[in-house]
Ligand binder design. Structure first.
Ligand code: HEC
Ligand code: HEC
Length: 372
């Protein structure tokens, strides 16, 4: 009995010392979901890795790397206000994501990547398994993340980044693991790793999410802080409106210039702009500030409509600039996060949807900061 009590106390100790606030993790996840998906599932293609079920320690380390500039991804840092997350916020979001189990859910199985998996296996067993483990599920002791179950193109892109030294592999800036590999060898490695995905489908399995009581959300000081700190407001996580205010000191015209320049840079074609309140003003009618900017790239539109005509209802993509009751200017757009259903759509379409969503977010961030 004594022994049992001691074990219980040890098990409980880390929580009482520094309680993880899962409600706060869930709150922060709303802004991560814009790109990583509602349940951290990520998406095929290189634009969004899977985070669900990754080890907590790795997620903490990676998120801090972005916050502290060790890994670079300005769009992600700005849209999700990662630069404003405290260490305990990061622990909350990492714990929340690590508790999501999507592995047995066949919808998220990774597709077989092209390449010679036999050759890939040889390389892997010689060069990778000591750290990433034979089964590809990683070794926490060596800080090595799981590669099994991660999206193929993201893995490939990461290896290219290691090769170009735009990301540090194995926490060693002199690491030369990837220096000598040809693109074909990297494809072969990816092809083998894609065979390691956990395809253990359990009948009736539903993705497991951490359970969070409404009372815990209400009581949590961290949740209230997160809402204050975040640059972003999402009216409803199930894809409605994404909203961001202009930063202090950014004038309306600066914001417009920044958005339109960013759109040109990203090849996001401006198809209409309407200065609604200005028009009304000219007619002598008073109105809160309102302007609407519409973007549409014909080739993207075509692809989406071929996949499903219903997507036409999202077109053109729109960013509105509107004055709220407090007199501050807000940028708003529809959340185009369609990756939730990514199993139902061809990869090319998912990629396009995600890219357009990220471009629109990028344009909003430019407007909000006045920088482009
Ligand atoms: C604007 C889109 C976007 C948003 C919003 C976003 N991310 Fe990301 N994230 C990405 C992309 C793209 C990558 C992969 C590119 C790279 O390696 O930097 C990534 C990579 C990551 C990784 C590295 C995964 C790995 O396997 O190493 C972590 C961890 C991460 N994001 C956490 C978060 C968290 C936490 C949030 C919310 C607080 C968030 N992201 C919000 C786009 C986004
Ligand atoms: C000595 C240990 C070690 C060896 C050997 C090793 N890795 Fe890694 N690898 C790591 C560590 C540690 C990280 C995490 C780096 C970080 O935190 O950003 C990593 C990260 C990665 C990532 C990025 C994963 C992600 O989610 O972003 C890929 C891809 C990868 N390794 C592939 C490989 C391949 C392929 C090999 C063999 C050719 C290999 N590694 C060999 C330690 C190792």
């Amino acid at each position: 009995m004594k022994k049992l009590l001691a074990t219980l106390l040890i098990a409980a100790a880390p929580f009482s010392a520094n309680a993880v606030d899962l409600a706060n993790g869930q709150e922060i996840n709303k802004s991560c979901a814009l790109c990583h998906g509602n349940i951290g599932q990520g998406t095929p293609g290189k634009l969004s890795p899977r985070l669900a079920g990754m080890p907590k320690e790795y997620l903490i380390k990676a998120t801090k790397d972005y916050r502290d500039g060790v890994r670079s991804n300005p769009l992600m840092v700005k849209t999700a206000s990662i630069d404003k997350l405290s260490d305990s916020d990061i622990e909350d979001i990492a714990t929340y994501l690590s508790m999501i189990d999507i592995r047995p859910d066949t919808r998220f199985n990774v597709a077989q990547s092209s390449g010679d998996k036999k050759e890939g296996k040889e390389l892997y067993m010689d060069e990778c398994k000591t750290c990433h483990a034979r089964d590809g599920f990683g070794k926490p002791k060596k800080d090595a993340p799981p590669l099994a179950g991660q999206h193929n193109e993201y893995l490939y892109q990461s290896m290219k980044m290691f090769q170009f030294k735009s990301r540090i592999h194995d926490n060693d800036k002199d690491d030369d693991t990837f220096d000598e590999y040809s693109d074909v060898e990297l494809s072969n490695l990816t092809a083998f790793i894609s065979t390691l995905d956990d395809k253990g489908f359990k009948d009736g399995f539903k993705t497991m999410l951490p359970k969070i009581a409404t009372a815990d959300i209400r009581k949590s000081k961290a949740v209230a802080e997160t809402r204050k700190k975040s640059n972003l407001q999402i009216t409803d996580i199930k894809q409605t409106v994404v909203q961001m205010p202009l930063n202090k000191g950014v004038e309306v015209q600066d914001a417009i210039d920044a958005m339109l320049s960013k759109a040109v840079e990203l090849n996001q074609k401006l198809v209409a702009q309407q200065y609604v309140s200005k028009e009304l003003e000219a007619r002598g009618i008073e109105s809160p500030y309102l302007s609407i900017f519409q973007f549409c790239t014909p080739t993207d539109a075509r692809l989406m409509v071929l996949a499903n005509p219903v997507f036409a209802s999202y077109m053109p993509c729109r960013i509105s600039m509107v004055e709220d009751k407090e007199g501050s200017i807000q940028l708003m757009m529809l959340n185009l996060d369609m990756i939730i259903e990514n199993n139902l759509l061809p990869q090319e379409v998912v990629e396009t949807a995600i890219r357009v969503n990220q471009n629109m977010l990028d344009i909003m961030v430019a407007g909000s900061t006045g920088e482009f």
